[in-house]
Design a binder for this molecule. Sequence first.
Ligand SMILES: [Zn+2]
Ligand SMILES: [Zn+2]
Length: 392
Amino acid sequence: MLSDDEKKTLRSAEKSRNSTCAFADLIASACISKYRNIRGKNELLKETGNTVIAGILIENSESNSQPELVALASGTKHGHKNPGIKDLHAEVLVRRAFNRYIADRILKNQNDKKNIQNLKVHFYVSSAPCGNACIRRWANPKKENWLDCPALPEDNHSTFYGFAKKEGQLALTVKKEHLFSSSSLELNEERTEKNLKNLSLPSGILPYKSYPDLILSCSDKFLIWNCVGLTKIPLVQWLPKVFISSLTVGRKFARPHLSRAVCCRMANKFPNVSHPILLCSAVKLDEGGLDAEEGAKFDEQNYVFIWSEGREIEILFSKNGLRYPDNSLSCYSTEVIMNDLHDVTPVEINIMNDSIDLKHSLKNYLISVTLQFFIFAYSLILELNKYLFLRN
Ligand SMILES: [Zn+2]
Ligand SMILES: [Zn+2]
């Protein structure tokens, strides 16, 4: 007989779920099989256990060819004081890999810019992005129904009503650091956690207001990408702007939470926000081993990888974001890509200014709604204290 603990470890790591359509499974399978291939060949990655992976596939808008995988990464760690890449969450790394890929294409042929601008970009992440997409409030997700269509389905995001701004429905969040190096941050963390206990932020996430110098959650980063494009701001003077056409998620997919987090919460303020088609895939990244509720093992991952089409995979240390084994700067870092692009003719310069202005106004708007959330949160806590005091 198996003990309860043994049964628990035998259970599949991922809960079963419905796929939205065959297209979502095609995207997920392409990423997962490449990941298994990379992991199978690399001893360092074999040790890392359960993780999150993200991939980007491209498709020419006109042709009927299959989407092609051009970028892939794994990772769940981050450190705002890393000397190398700071944010090592898979979806953030894969966006870097995608920037590297389009930079390499332009380095090969500058006339490729027009083709790149017309690409359809399909983004896959094996688990819902951290932050707002993981807050299970303000809506009830329905079970996904299988849609029998071979190609990318249409998806209209329903009108979003930001009725709970003061509860943090639109607010920014940051990634909690696993090891705080300064004692002031530790103290601050204690205070925040105690005060905001009743506001049910997902684990691993802190309110932006307390830590504006930390790294934004992946939900907030997706929101910004859907407003200004996937091209990194320092690179927009050389690379064309590209937007996400579809976003496929594996674990923890919940349509109303995902659409709120990655695009719809900005729709009233920025009507031009791009709404990617949201898909769920039942194809599992991890077929067994770990308990369903346990998910990714954040503390066991010493290495992450990043890969883009035409390049070798790079392994990075999770602890500092530098390249294994010599602690050098990754060729996926913005500095290196910028350096490589130096002799390339810039794209019209106003694209750069547009993006930077937009990014600033986006951030200011989000900070103001985050502030409203805090004023509300603190008044709620005061009320709660009063109530408890009277009861005693
Ligand atoms: Zn994340
Ligand atoms: Zn939307």
